[in-house]
Ligand binder design. Structure first.
Ligand SMILES: *[C@@H]1O[C@H](CO)[C@@H](O)[C@H](O)[C@H]1NC(C)=O
Ligand SMILES: *[C@@H]1O[C@H](CO)[C@@H](O)[C@H](O)[C@H]1NC(C)=O
Ligand SMILES: *[C@@H]1O[C@H](CO)[C@@H](O)[C@H](O)[C@H]1NC(C)=O
Length: 472
């Protein structure tokens, strides 16, 4: 385009020449040429100011990429729009390349990702959170994800897998120089089912709990989680939890004892999820407990130990009086003895579940509109509308490289909601009526407001559910 400008000017001179030749009177010529010059100036100003977005630094942020998300977020009957979103292909390899090859990683991160530099509100500033992450690949996805969780008052601890490529590890290791509230550990290889995962998670959990910063709740994240809630919503939800922990609760499967079969564990083991929400007082207690150390040692010789840790340490208050813990035994007893109908609704106004850590769909539970990997749904464009109505804190899993419109529309929507003038209207009332919160506050299992919110663990199979027995 640049070459055109001299040409336009040349044309103006040519016009002057020809008009004079035709004997056009000077006054008329002046009007015409003034008009042409001012049109030219207006054109240049418009072009610099509005058309060439790359000249305006803020608009380089990846999250501002133009994308029609209304049909993805709010739903539509229009198949063409959905299919266009599904086929939207976005190549971000060049960003990855630039990050890996930049001399100043911090400024490259600043250029493409929107990390909020000041707390979004006073309420949020006064309620810092702690995030523990374990990552090993996809730098653009992980940075995009973190930019959405990020607030300067929070603390972030990241364990990066030792087997990740060196260029990946060095970018992650550089993060604390860009963000003073981040800390990085090089962790162990974390193959599925191995102790390495739990060890990496615990390393960060331990570090965050030992820090002096007075965060209120700890939350675990994997590199494939995206928030469904805004930061303000998370804060309100944590307040509604009233100091109780939140994780999945299920029966420990006998085959998971592996090498420890017949060896008595230091406390009753339950199955849960890696994903957890722990109040600060609980975290302080856990890291100083010798029994927890014994349990970690015991679990290291079992199968998929990361899924046995949280509900075990947070589920036996009589043995291990962790602040925030509740008696998991009661929940399992209720499930066994009463066949309650699971709730129809799972929304912010009627939670319908007792595990809000993360929303994950297993292959046997319902249709996955993305693809199923390791038995778990990698969400696609057509899953997003439902996800955005769910009450959970984060969605697991999303890949930026798989149907990227799913990832990007979710990101844009959560950002839009967090900046909305109505953001402060969010009410977390229903969260305070979750059975786990009421149990923690001392209600008996038979007195709960919503006992049927306990019916399902996150691995439930709808085909195995029957409600013909007693109804509470
Ligand atoms: C980045 O996020 C903040 C709030 O989190 C918002 O105020 C700002 O407009 C965003 N910037 C861009 C370029 O999207
Ligand atoms: C979805 O609908 C809401 C409410 O009507 C609207 O504010 C929002 O902008 C829509 N989302 C998108 C991505 O267009
Ligand atoms: C729990 O709720 C009670 C009563 O509503 C309140 O007084 C207390 O401060 C809350 N505790 C926490 C840790 O939020």
């Amino acid at each position: 385009m640049k070459k055109k400008h001299p040409k336009t000017i040349r044309n103006l001179f040519r016009l002057k020449f020809c008009c004079l030749q035709l004997g056009m009177n000077v006054r008329r010529f002046k009007i015409i040429s003034q008009f042409l010059y001012s049109s030219f100036t207006v054109y240049i100003v418009l072009r610099l100011g509005f058309v060439d977005y790359s000249l305006v630094p803020e608009n380089r942020k990846l999250e501002n990429i133009p994308l029609e998300c209304n049909s993805v977020i709010n739903g539509t009957e229009n198949r063409r729009k959905i299919s266009r979103a599904r086929q939207w292909d976005w190549h971000f390899d060049w960003v990855e390349h630039e990050i890996f090859n930049s001399r100043n990683v911090c400024s490259t991160i600043d250029k493409y990702f929107n990390f909020t530099r000041i707390p979004s509100s006073r309420e949020e500033a006064e309620y810092p959170l702690a995030y523990g992450l374990v990552v090993y690949k996809t730098i653009v996805q992980v940075l995009t994800q973190m930019s959405l969780f990020y607030q300067p008052q929070h603390m972030f601890c990241i364990t990066v897998d030792d087997q990740s490529p060196n260029e990946y590890k060095s970018v992650i290791q550089a993060l604390p120089s860009c963000f003073p509230n981040m800390h990085v550990f090089i962790g162990e290889p974390s193959q599925w089912g191995s102790f390495g995962i739990l060890k990496n998670v615990y390393t960060c959990f331990n570090w965050l709990s030992k820090s002096k910063q007075k965060w209120k709740y700890y939350q675990y994240l994997s590199g494939t989680d995206l928030p469904i809630r805004t930061n303000l919503e998370m804060v309100r939800i944590f307040k509604a939890l009233n100091g109780s922990m939140n994780t999945d609760v299920s029966t420990f499967e006998v085959d998971r004892y592996k090498n420890m079969e017949g060896v008595l564990p230091p406390m009753p083991v339950y199955k849960s999820s890696m994903s957890v929400v722990v109040p600060r007082e609980g975290a302080d207690y856990l890291i100083s407990s010798p029994r927890v150390q014994k349990l970690l040692k015991y679990l290291s010789k079992t199968w998929i130990p990361d899924e046995s840790f949280w509900s075990t340490v947070l589920g036996s208050p009589a043995l291990l009086p962790v602040p925030g813990s509740i008696r998991v035994r009661d929940i399992l007893w209720l499930r066994k003895n009463f066949k309650l109908r699971p709730p129809y609704e799972n929304t912010v106004n009627s939670i319908g579940t007792s595990y809000i850590g993360r929303y994950q769909v297993w292959g046997w539970q319902k249709e996955c509109f993305g693809k199923v990997k390791d038995f778990s749904c990698v969400f696609g464009v057509e899953d997003i509308e439902e996800i955005m109505t769910r009450p959970e804190l984060v969605a697991h899993k999303l890949y930026l490289e798989f149907q990227p419109a799913a990832f990007m529309c979710m990101l844009k929507e959560v950002r839009r909601r967090s900046l909305s003038p109505d953001a402060h209207l969010f009410s977390a009332r229903s969260y305070s009526q979750m059975p786990t919160v009421e149990l923690y506050q001392g209600k008996a299992i038979t007195q709960l407001t919503n006992p049927n919110w306990l019916v399902r663990d996150s691995f439930y199979n709808p085909q195995h559910e029957d409600f013909d027995k007693e109804v509470l």
